[in-house]
Design a protein around this ligand. Sequence first.
Ligand code: GCO
Ligand code: MN
Ligand code: MN
Length: 383
Amino acid sequence: MSYTPTPADKFTFGLWTVGNMGRDPFGEPVRQSRSAAEIVHALAEVGAYGVNFHDNDLVPIDATAAERDQIVKEFKQALADTGLVVPMATTNLFTDPAFKDGAFTANDPAVRAYALHKTMRAIDLGVECGAKVYVFWGGREGVETDAAKDPLEAIKRFREALNFLCAYAKDQGYDLKFALEPKPNEPRGDIYLATVGHALALIATLDDPSMVGVNPEVAHEQMAGLNFLHGVAQAWDAGKLFHIDLNDQAFGRYDQDFRFGAVNLKSAFFLVKFLEEVGYAGSRHFDAHAYRTEGYEGVQDFARGCMRTYLILKEKARQWAADGEIQALLAEINGGDQSAPVYSRAAAAELKGRAFDRRALGARNLGYERLDQLTVDLLLGVR
Ligand code: GCO
Ligand code: MN
Ligand code: MN
């Protein structure tokens, strides 16, 4: 097994991830800035399939129309030279001070209007570069104090903005889907639409729910103390897994954005297993950063590592599915007639009248300890 990425793996990175210069709240950048074209070439070298961007990762916020066109031309040339594609694009609605109180949920209607203006232009840019998925991460859509904003009003404003932008994209004839990316906090004290579940509930209330799904991120659900796989499964069940942000994170820490699989290998395994087994066909997007200790050589090590770990775990998932002992245990665990009872008066009466051996049900040894250890053995390479 060489674990060499191919375009079929759909591995993507953001300009902002491999272009990240290592600035943090306590320290200045440790790496030089690189042009979008340089980043595209570096990604092609490590075998990535695609590159995603925020409007201002590519075009500076103050660029003139002529500068914009020149930058886009050079970027497209780099894509053509390397064969990389742009599956996803998004808007930076968080860096500029105008967005210090949020974008779509800001209390100032002029800020909300500016956010729509900026997003429509960023959608145009993304579509021009080939994007089919448009991500909404509401980094500043939140509060430090609930005295400042009515949460009901915030949800209403978010909904109105999404309805407006869905209508815009359709009116332009764009082949585009939207994906909401939930996060519980950072950079705001609390961010609205904190988890995958919150986002799914909002989507159901939109004018056209079919156009909007989610972009769950490993670190974000873990920051909320949640099981990422369960959120992803719920999104998949709802037909809403339009995109996914892969990275890693220790529970209870700051927003670490580590290399995929760097911390919670077992969770990463069950995630990869899930995505591969259900046949998720979207991008595997690594929204993570190299350690601040690294130069650009280390950034490439980081990018290679994300993809390599994914491919190793994919192979482990295949082994798990083909492992006789594991499968025998699973067959035992899932034995019996697993079909759900279909309601009828007769079926309900029969079920109500049925005698159960409650003690026997409670006394069964389920074998989950053995199953989990077999999984651990397999992951550690001794099976
Ligand atoms: C974060 C987010 C962002 C978004 C990006 C694309 O924690 O900063 O994950 O990286 O994914 O803005 O929408
Ligand atoms: Mn994140
Ligand atoms: Mn993300």
